[in-house]
Design a protein around this ligand. Structure first.
Ligand code: 6PG
Length: 479
């Protein structure tokens, strides 16, 4: 018996992906794990899967039909390099090594280049949807060569989530493109989560509703334009009661958010590319602020406003929060797609942004109806420079903006942090502005560093002789 696909690394994500693969018509799955116990455990607890158990890389390779195709599901980092090294020894030109971990896309570019020299294909593949997604159908973002996609495409289509009849997988682009898109997916995930958290916090403080009552609000929102997996699970988390204390679990969980790094990568990469992903950045920073317990402890007595948040009409306040959330969410996605566009152009990937939005409609953490609107926007205007200028979003932002402004002002006046709401609004107004004070910054730069400036009324580059007679001269462009 030979396998058409293998999985290396049988922790939860790997085991679940292997079971998902095995459950689909036509697949036979070889499995390998460094400690063989885990392999035996998986194979014996899931006899229905018909796994081929292997205990060495040689055996693993021998059990695979050609082109051999193996998906690595180990924790991203050095472990990935170690597995690749072993597989390269036992695979042959034309075979395919897939890394399904959350690798940094620059690592993927490096690995792809090195593996390609052996004639073996290397595919960096983003997989989203957590444990359940891996088992039942994730959203899959593969990079790599066109050649590898020929073999891999049908296999991945068989295991991906289905959204409106279409499998949530597409060949994103070459080398690191898949992991780049997965990274930005996670950045958007951070923003989405932070925005929901800010909405919850404002409603809680503004209305004195209990977490369970706020769960009902989110459940209701989930029936409208905010429909999404994250809104849905928010209601579930808010409804949960702690068994020990009988209090809402959300009041018992320590308020320090963790992060494994993909949000930070999204922001670091955006800084390098010069893309203002301010909503994603604020979401990432909000997590780090929350986790600095000592700094928060010494800051607790800093002066705040005298007036706490007062809300006269709870229902209309909640509707304002909903609209602020929706508008800020549009900004977060617009910024994320901007980063993908910039990444594609910097790294030479031909990424179909509409196709990306479609494969995020199912399986992944940010799955939502809303992604259809993004797909529409790119269908109607492939080269759309700013996603939020698509007609649907213009209408939505127009409808939401008064509420959004009220929420940002109310929270600032009451001393309640809403960093993602407010930075998204500032981004929106920054984009809209006809003139920005960047002109003054150029003046300052020219003053202290002779960095030069351009003029609105004629071509060329100029410098004012600030420490001389303050006349203007034409200058070399120094940016
Ligand atoms: C997914 C998730 C998944 C995970 C990340 C982010 O798409 O399935 O994004 O990749 O949740 O590891 O987790 P942190 O919040 O720990 O950074």
């Amino acid at each position: 018996k030979t396998a058409n696909i293998g999985v290396v690394g049988l922790a939860v994500m790997g085991s679940n992906l292997a079971r998902n693969l095995a459950s689909r018509e036509g697949n036979t799955v070889a499995v390998y794990n460094r400690s063989h116990d885990k392999t035996e455990h998986l194979v014996s607890t899931h006899p229905e899967a018909g796994f081929i158990s292997t205990s060495t890389y040689e055996e693993f390779a021998a059990s695979l039909s050609q082109p051999r195709t193996a998906i690595i599901m180990v924790k991203a980092g050095r472990g990935t390099d170690a597995v690749i090294e072993e597989l390269v020894k036992v695979f042959e030109p034309g075979d395919i090594i897939v890394d399904g971990g959350n690798a940094l896309f620059t690592d993927t570019i490096r690995r792809e280049k090195a593996v390609r020299e052996t004639g073996i294909n290397f595919v960096g593949m983003g997989v989203s949807g957590g444990e359940e997604g891996a088992l039942l159908g994730p959203s899959i973002m593969p990079g790599g060569s066109d050649e590898s996609w020929v073999t891999l495409g049908p296999i991945l289509k068989s295991i991906a989530a289905i959204a409106e009849g279409e499998p949530c997988v597409t060949h994103i682009g070459h080398d690191g493109a898949g992991h780049f898109v997965k990274m930005v997916h996670n950045g958007i995930e951070y923003a989405d989560m932070q925005l929901i958290a800010e909405a919850y916090d404002l409603i809680r403080r503004g209305t004195n509703k209990s977490p369970a009552e706020i769960a009902d609000v989110f459940a209701e929102w989930n029936g409208g334009e905010l429909e999404s997996y994250l809104i849905e699970i928010t209601a579930e988390v808010l409804r949960q009661v702690d068994a020990d204390t009988n209090k809402p679990l959300v009041d018992i969980i320590l308020d320090q958010a963790g992060a494994k790094g993909t949000g930070a990568w999204t922001v670091q990469t955006a800084l390098d590319l010069g893309v203002p992903v301010s909503g994603i950045a604020e979401a990432t920073f909000a997590r780090s602020l929350s986790s600095h317990a000592e700094q928060r402890a010494v800051s607790r007595d800093l002066p705040g406003p005298a007036q706490a948040l007062t809300v006269d009409d709870a229902d209309s306040f909640i509707e304002d929060v909903r609209l602020a959330l929706f508008a800020s969410k549009i900004v977060a996605y617009s910024q994320g797609f901007d980063e993908i566009r910039a990444g594609a152009s910097a790294y030479g990937w031909n990424i179909d942004l509409g196709a990306v939005s479609k494969i995020w409609r199912g399986g992944c953490i940010i799955r939502a109806q809303f992604l259809n609107r993004i797909a529409d926007a790119y269908r109607d205007a492939v080269e759309l420079p700013v996603l939020l200028t698509a007609p649907y979003f213009v209408e939505a932002l127009g409808r939401a903006q008064d509420a959004w402004r009220r929420i940002v002002s109310i929270s600032a006046a009451a001393g309640l942090p809403a960093p993602a709401f407010s930075s998204s609004l500032a981004y929106y107004d920054g984009l809209r502005a006809e003139r920005l004070p960047a002109a003054l910054i150029q003046g300052q730069r020219d003053f202290f560093g002779a960095h030069t400036y351009k003029r609105i009324d004629k071509e060329g580059t100029f410098h004012t002789l600030w420490s001389g007679d303050r006349t203007e001269i034409e200058a070399e462009d120094t940016h």
